[in-house]
Design a protein around this ligand. Structure first.
Ligand code: AMO
Length: 466
């Protein structure tokens, strides 16, 4: 047995050569008793394999065995590459493999809860198939998520999670190159880190505790521990009762915290450079994955500028007002207003990625630094892709007495965060940071309509399995 060849690498240049391949049986078709076609799939690439009776090489039993294989079984094949005269439909590779040996490595059950080919079709393809009178099962989201292991095998899902991997990779690479240190903060903590009630409570050996709503407290404390610039990629837990397209009960947070010399714009500078580098790297390194996603869920590439647009909250509210949408000057933007502003920004500035800063203080968490010139506003920002929030960030209050005062004003039990507040009593540099939702970045970059598509095994108020 020689080296393994990837199905992706099966091209004309290998004509007449022996190859050894492994893949899943995507489709099996018998032609009488002497011949069968087997389409094998590996990483989204497919090849047609021909099992044909040949004296001393392929027996009628082997053809029978191939015909009886169940879809999605894993099969090893040794065979010879041939180039047919006509184009091959239903396979990505335009060569065939004439099978000499065939082994079933792992057998799938005969009836699958999801047909992968049906699950991989776009809405347009489904409509066409229905019009053509084809029998097909529309696979709904719940069924996909219930049988996620099968659903993940579609080319679009393979693409989505490779893109997700590249987002994390680009985030890490960029920050390391800018002198940030990767940290790992505890997920079991004594109290809420964001204020508010959306925490999963648990019993920690007799003490009340909860799952961290963010690494907020400990990433700031790490700045007090003199790391200067830190980041984390980790799980974030929110017990929100949100049944929306963009909320999960557990998501992956990409968090940053850094010392500031003069102004919170230093933090926005990092957001700007980081995301332009990330989008560039996705467009360069994930071309095939983006195409695979786009084939099932068509989308336009994200429009972004080389230098990210920054608007103040006041400017955003004014744009909305000018377009006839009334907004509370010191309230928050609701989803509809955010989307509307996204459209207005695209029309005026030609970008779908921008920063909105100087939010009203009243709508930001207790640890947010008010603006020096007007205490009704704060040194904070949100960042949007296609009119939806992907990042919140701010300069933090580093004066312990003031921090405590703000926490009390927001109704927070300061006993549960006393170690956090105390860490500012030993000298604390001015600092700021931001938190990004990984699943939201992938969802919005790819123009997808639901965050469950970009979470490997999503957790929402109704789902904790698989
Ligand atoms: P915030 O609560 O805005 O800020 O969260 C930061 C980012 O995380 C994502 N996000 C979510 N994603 C999926 N499901 C949810 N339920 C959910 N909630 C939030 C969003 C959001 O922009 N500590 C601050 C960040 C900071 O200031 O550093 C925080 O957690 O993309």
């Amino acid at each position: 047995i020689g080296d393994w060849t990837k199905i992706e690498a099966l091209t004309n240049s290998l004509e007449n050569q022996s190859v050894l391949i492994r893949g899943r049986a995507q489709a099996i078709r018998a032609v009488g008793k002497k011949m069968a076609f087997l389409v094998l799939r590996e990483n989204g690439f497919t090849v047609q394999c021909v099992v044909q009776v040949q004296p001393n090489i392929v027996s009628p039993q082997m053809v029978k065995f191939a015909t009886a294989l169940s879809r999605e079984s894993i099969v090893d094949i040794e065979g010879v590459v041939s180039v047919p005269n006509t184009a091959i439909k239903g396979a990505t590779q335009q060569v065939e493999v004439q099978v000499r040996k065939l082994y079933c490595v792992s057998r799938a059950v005969p009836t699958l809860p999801i047909n992968i080919e049906d699950a991989a079709r776009s809405e347009i393809e489904i409509e066409k198939a229905i019009q053509a009178g084809e029998q097909l099962v529309r696979v709904n989201q719940d069924t996909r998520l219930n049988f996620r292991v099968l659903d993940l095998r579609t080319p679009a899902n393979q693409g989505i999670f490779r893109i997700q991997s590249q987002v994390g990779n680009a985030f890490r690479q960029f920050l390391l190159s800018e002198g940030f240190v990767e940290i790992h903060t505890p997920k079991l903590i004594a109290g809420s880190s964001e204020g508010g009630a959306a925490v999963f409570k648990l019993d920690y050996k007799g003490q009340p505790a909860c799952l961290a709503q963010s690494p907020q407290l400990h990433k700031q404390m790490s700045i007090c521990g003199d790391f200067g610039r830190v980041f984390e990629i980790g799980a974030v837990f929110r017990a929100e009762d949100s049944y929306t397209h963009r909320h999960l009960c557990e998501f992956t947070g990409l968090d940053v915290e850094m010392e500031i010399k003069k102004h919170y714009s230093e933090v926005m500078d990092i957001v700007d450079k980081l995301f332009v580098a990330m989008f560039d790297s996705l467009n360069q390194n994930c071309k095939k994955d983006l195409e695979a996603v786009g084939r099932q869920y068509p989308f336009e590439p994200l429009k972004y500028l080389r230098q990210t647009l920054r608007l103040t909250y006041e400017e955003g509210v004014q744009m909305l007002k000018d377009a006839g949408t009334e907004i509370e000057p010191f309230g928050d933007l609701n989803t509809e207003a955010e989307r509307k502003l996204g459209q207005l920004v695209l029309q005026k500035y030609g970008t779908e990625f921008y920063i909105l800063h100087r939010y009203p203080l009243a709508v930001r968490p207790f640890y947010t630094m008010p603006c020096y010139d007007n205490q009704e506003y704060s040194n904070s920002f949100d960042v949007f892709i296609r009119g939806e929030e992907i990042i919140s960030g701010a300069q933090r209050i580093h004066v312990p007495e003031f921090l405590e005062e703000r926490a009390v004003a927001k109704g927070i039990d300061t006993k549960t965060i006393s170690a956090y507040i105390d860490s500012f009593r030993y000298g604390a540099p001015p600092h700021g940071g931001f938190g990004v939702g990984l699943e939201r970045v992938v969802m919005l970059f790819c123009g997808l309509n639901n965050i469950r598509k970009t979470s490997l095994y999503p957790r929402d108020p109704l789902r904790i399995a698989p």
